[in-house]
Design a protein around this ligand. Structure first.
Ligand code: PLP
Length: 355
């Protein structure tokens, strides 16, 4: 067993996905399950499909292509607006894509015509979080543009909140989204099939509201994988929050002072940390670093406190001396999970080798 590893419990992930799919279904909301935190893992995709996800979403075309190649039996959604340089790949993947830019839509239409295909599109609307989205007063003009491109099919309108500025879904912004969908349908005489209200930050709102309006889809990643809603990182009732564990190995453990000595400049990450003198402590070093995880996003077990991290060392305080070879298990948050999934130095346990 290699020292640095991410232990993954797919039964717990499957349970979380099934719970969320069932709770959303009560409100006629379908779930597009998001695989990007796990590099479009086909094993994860299999579990999510079994749990009842109607579609799979990922932000990277490479991950979408992996899912398609594995023959997942669900539609896929590219969650990030296509790069101009990748429109042919996006069309060839057979995936729906989210879009906001007329130039990209035109390029997708040209690529689709060239390939003899029709490409499905979800237009994203800005609702105040200030990441992706067409400004509301530009929505009709953008719909007009899509409708004028026969190689494109406008399948959905969506919005994304909470990712940049932490803006929460509310009766107001979700109501605005529903109103915009109604107004597009009335103005263009078309039907918008998918109204995708948001990501995991929408779970509490969607499951609690009496005004779901036109919203009939959510795109869920973190809430399935970590069992939490991301606005306050509260555990969702009945869901597992421990499907992932990052396990790291002790390489040094010594009695050391809490105060460094010598003249201090910047550390290797341009920071000038300040220490508080608490006398001598058991300082333990683990063989894991910022290359492998986000050290600020690890929850340590009782009796262990994270003090600092550099590229390859995680410095923690422990109650007692530990022995080299001992292991400590951390609960990764979303950011730590993303980074440990993408680090080739972290062995993934529970994940079958991909073809
Ligand atoms: C990542 C992403 C999601 C999923 O977000 P979670 O918070 O993990 O549920 C949904 N929509 C878009 C556009 C995304 O980029």
């Amino acid at each position: 067993m290699t020292g640095l590893r991410l232990e993954i419990d797919f039964d717990k992930i499957g349970h979380n996905a099934r719970q969320l799919v069932e709770r959303a279904a009560v409100r006629n909301v379908s779930v597009t399950a998001v695989t990007k935190a796990m590099l479009g893992s086909t094993e994860l995709a299999r579990v999510l499909c079994t749990a009842g996800a109607v579609a799979l979403g990922d932000s990277r075309i490479e991950n979408i292509e992996r899912l398609r190649a594995a023959g997942v039996g669900r539609p896929t959604l590219l969650l990030r607006s296509p790069m101009m340089s990748q429109v042919d790949r996006v069309v060839a993947s057979g995936s729906m894509s989210v879009n906001t830019e007329p130039a990209v839509l035109s390029a997708l239409a040209t690529a689709a015509r060239r390939a003899g295909r029709v490409h499905d599109v979800m237009l994203m609307v800005e609702l105040g979080d200030l990441r992706e989205g067409v400004m509301p007063d530009q929505l009709h003009a953008t719909v007009q543009h899509v409708v004028g491109l026969p190689a494109l099919r406008l399948q959905g309108i969506g919005a994304n909140l909470a990712c940049r500025n932490g803006i929460e879904p509310s009766v107001e912004n979700m109501g605005d989204l529903s109103d915009m969908v109604d107004s597009v349908e009335a103005a263009f005489g078309i039907e918008i099939e998918i109204v995708s209200g948001g990501n995991s930050a929408n779970v509490d709102w969607a499951l609690g509201t009496t005004a779901i309006g036109r919203i009939n889809n959510l795109r869920l990643g973190e809430s399935i994988l970590l069992g939490r809603e991301p606005l306050h990182r509260r555990a969702l009732p009945g869901l597992h929050t421990d499907a992932f564990r990052l396990v790291a190995e002790v390489i040094e453990s010594k009695r050391k002072p809490t105060m460094p000595w010598g003249r201090a400049g910047q550390n290797s990450f341009g920071e000038m940390p300040r220490s508080e003198d608490r006398g001598d402590i058991w300082q333990t070093i683990l063989a894991v670093g910022r290359q492998d995880c986000d050290s600020d996003d690890l929850t340590a077990p009782p009796g262990v406190a994270v003090l600092a991290a550099s590229s390859d060392h995680l410095v923690v305080e422990t109650r007692d001396r530990m022995s080299p070879g001992d292991e400590i298990r951390f609960e990764p948050g979303y950011s730590a999970l993303l980074r440990s999934m993408t680090s080739p130095f972290v062995t993934k346990v529970g994940l079958p080798a991909e073809a």
